[in-house]
Design a protein around this ligand. Structure first.
Ligand code: MIG
Length: 727
């Protein structure tokens, strides 16, 4: 029998068996009355011994959207996807699973319906690959919560989904600044000189990351004093210059006598165990390591507390890597591999064995059998095999981190990136998209994922700008950075051994272009922050496919343009040597602003339609919707460097427009106590001129510094009208 719960008006839960409580959902479902039913209507189901298969026939016109961090086109139809969090460092198109598992999607066609399968083990989703007209979902468990969302409107479906799983977490405002990372900044001196270069080259930057190189022998929660002497002083000096330092934290704890984290974890039984009760061992960066049992709340509390020393030294930004969890190999895996090699060694003339060795090497890492060989001790005393809740390991690690940081930082907000995640993790962490490559093909992957991840609640996210693996070219980094302007997380990151890709790593012309790109991003922060906060308040994604916003069949398959907040449409360039691109402008007139830099105004007006729009390498295509407003400010070296007393409202108005500008202190949770401002800006056309006015909803305890608003209003002929008002 299936239990049917009517959760809210548009949400129905079908419960099979006794599902594991993942923590994805914030509604207490058990308080709601249920009915027993035989059927779930939407799908045909096939219940096996240890799995359930859900099938649905698709019509030719049905599209499928969502699935968060995954490959494939924006419309997921025609490919197989797998939710089984995997450390896969080569995101080639045929891959089925990446680091995060996000089993929420929308089927859009004759009827429109959202589906969330809350189940933490493997889920295979064949979206019309084996059989073009069949959506087939295989859940490797018989204990499942299946949620169905109904609404004609895709944006409303996402809104209902968010009412179930909670709203996205709110990073500090400086998290919307530019961020620099590279795997292999070897020491304090290097990081300091990176910081100095940003300042001396007049390129804004807020965060610099530390990769695994800062640790002593890759031992988590240690610092190599030889490479990073006087760590506290280092952090303090960087903070003085306006840089937050974000260290990496990996889950694997090195097995080493005398190493405190290991000793404590071991003596308290905090590591995952094998069936025989011994600690499970896998090899990652530090060598042989144990894996904290994050599914247990005591372990999470312990882990969260380990951040104390770093937080005390002034750190409030971290990234949690390798938490799928990644396993290079296990002792058993290696033994089997050696015996294969030994067997081959004995052969007189090994030939195709070459391939079995190659496969065996590749097969050592992140093996399902390894994930099936260790166990978690749950809070209620039950023991559960890791494989059954595999997709939650990163979720629980990030939860441990965020709970720890909340305790340690009190009212101060934190920035946290996690590599692995599950639905619901968006409430307390952001994610980055893992190890992409410096390929043009990965810019469009980035564009699609921004949209799909937003649908799953991860509004604040981004890929490694410039690409992680391989060498990047100047042109690639420029074009990718232009996308970075519209990526909530704007972080340039590259791998050990690849060509450097900091803004100055190429020639001076490139540096100049990237400086202007980053400055434009900073100019946009008032808009971005305002839009981000409003997107959370309204449960409406910051980034949306154009086809979700405008109702025009011609838009259906457009995936390379997206709405960024209410006023802007981004149309990034993602192919090399292109002097422009095709853009489809839906529904209304658009102001096309080719941004060379913040002060340039190369604007033109377009009617709805499809156009090839020229765009030089140093130009970013930014479209402002008819009758809407974008608020900007003068860029700074870092967020909060100076008080912002003046806003610039760039607007395209053929009739009237309004904008609600939200702002708060950007650092604390005081906005929850009403300490924020809603500044409503209005523009109205009258007698060949414009009238501008505003009204404030400023709480008594919060004083915003904005004193003047300058207006630059474009009419349908591209004529500009300037105005100033003071508060
Ligand atoms: O196995 O810490 O995705 O961002 O630079 C590689 C080194 C481990 C993977 C992360 C990447 C990071 C790298 N890590």
């Amino acid at each position: 029998m299936i239990k049917k719960y009517e959760i809210f008006k548009n949400i129905t839960l079908f419960r099979f068996g006794d599902p594991f409580k993942t923590g994805a959902v914030v509604v207490d479902v058990d308080q709601i009355n249920f009915k027993e039913v035989k059927d779930i209507y939407l799908f045909d189901k096939n219940v096996g011994l240890d799995k359930v298969v859900f099938n649905k026939t698709l019509s030719a016109g049905d599209s499928i959207y969502g699935l968060g961090e995954n490959l494939g086109s924006l419309n997921k139809r025609g490919k197989i996807y797998r939710c089984y969090s995997s450390d896969d460092f080569l995101h080639t198109p045929e891959k089925e699973a990446l680091y995060g598992s996000h089993p929420f999607f929308i089927i859009d066609g004759d009827e429109t319906v959202g589906v969330f399968i809350d189940s933490p083990s493997e889920i295979k989703i064949d979206a019309g690959f084996k059989d073009t007209n069949l959506l087939s979902i295989e859940v490797s468990s018989t204990d499942i919560d299946l949620y169905i969302f109904r609404s004609k409107n895709k944006i409303d479906i996402i809104g209902s989904f968010l009412s179930l799983v909670g709203t996205p977490y709110i990073p500090p405002k400086w998290a919307f600044g530019y961020q620099q990372c590279r795997w292999s900044y070897p020491n304090r001196e290097t990081v300091e000189s990176i910081g100095n270069q940003f300042r001396s080259l007049d390129i804004p930057c807020d965060v610099i990351y530390l990769d695994i190189d800062y640790m002593k022998d890759y031992k988590v929660f240690t610092v190599d004093e030889n490479k990073f002497p006087d760590f506290e002083d280092f952090i303090a000096k960087m903070l003085e210059k306006g840089f937050k330092i974000a260290p990496i934290i990996d889950p694997g704890v090195k097995i080493e006598d005398g190493y405190e984290v290991y000793e404590e974890g071991k003596s308290k039984g905090y590591f995952c165990k094998k069936e025989n009760g011994l600690d499970f061992v896998g090899t990652v960066w530090p060598g042989a390591t144990c894996y904290p049992d994050f599914a247990n709340s005591k372990v999470r509390e312990w882990w969260g507390g380990l951040y104390e020393e770093m937080v005390k030294s002034g750190i409030c930004a971290f990234w949690n890597d390798m938490n799928e969890p990644a396993i290079f190999f296990t002792p058993d895996g290696l033994k089997n591999f050696y015996s294969l090699v030994d067997k081959i060694k004995e052969k007189k003339d090994p030939g195709f064995d070459f391939f079995s060795i190659k496969d065996a090497v590749n097969g050592l890492s992140n093996k399902r059998e390894d994930y099936q060989s260790f166990f978690h001790n749950l809070d209620d005393g039950k023991v559960i095999c890791h494989d059954k809740i595999h997709n939650l390991y990163g979720f629980f690690m990030a939860l441990a981190t965020s709970d720890g940081l909340k305790k340690l930082l009190g009212n101060k907000r934190y920035l946290l990136l996690s590599r692995s995640s599950y639905i619901g993790a968006h409430r307390f962490t952001s994610i980055w998209m893992g190890d992409n490559q410096s390929w043009w093909e990965h810019i469009i992957v980035n564009i699609r994922m921004l949209q799909s991840l937003n649908m799953c609640g991860f509004f604040y996210t981004g890929a490694d700008i410039g690409g992680f693996g391989c060498n990047s070219s100047a042109e690639l980094v420029i074009r990718w950075s232009q996308l970075g302007i519209f990526s909530p997380l704007f972080r340039n990151h590259s791998a050990l051994g690849t060509r450097n890709q900091e803004p100055w790593a190429f020639d001076s012309a490139t540096t100049d272009i990237i400086r202007d790109i980053i400055k434009f991003r900073y100019a946009l922060i008032p808009y971005i922050y305002s839009e981000y906060l409003k997107s959370i308040i309204n449960s409406r994604c910051l980034i949306l496919p154009v086809s979700f916003v405008f109702d025009d069949p011609i838009l259906k398959n457009i995936e390379d343009q997206f709405m960024f907040g209410e006023s802007i449409m981004a149309a990034p360039i993602y192919t090399p040597n292109s002097g422009g691109r095709y853009v489809t402008l839906p529904d209304v007139k658009w102001l096309c602003w080719k941004v060379k830099n913040f002060d340039d105004r190369d604007v033109s007006i377009y009617n709805p339609g499809s156009y090839f729009i020229n765009c030089e390498l140093d130009e970013t295509l930014t479209f402002v919707k008819e009758n809407s407003i974008v608020v900007l400010t003068r860029p700074q070296n870092y967020v909060g460097e100076k008080k912002i007393t003046e806003l610039l409202a760039v607007a395209f108005v053929t009739d009237r427009a309004s904008y609600m500008y939200y702002d708060d202190d950007g650092e604390t949770y005081d906005f929850q106590k009403g300490k924020f401002i809603n500044l409503n800006i209005f523009i109205e056309k009258s007698d060949g001129d414009y009238e501008v006015y505003f009204n404030d909803e400023e709480s008594a305890e919060y004083k915003n510094d904005i004193r003047t608003i300058k207006f630059e209003i474009y009419d349908e002929n591209g004529r500009v009208f300037t105005k100033i008002i003071s508060r």
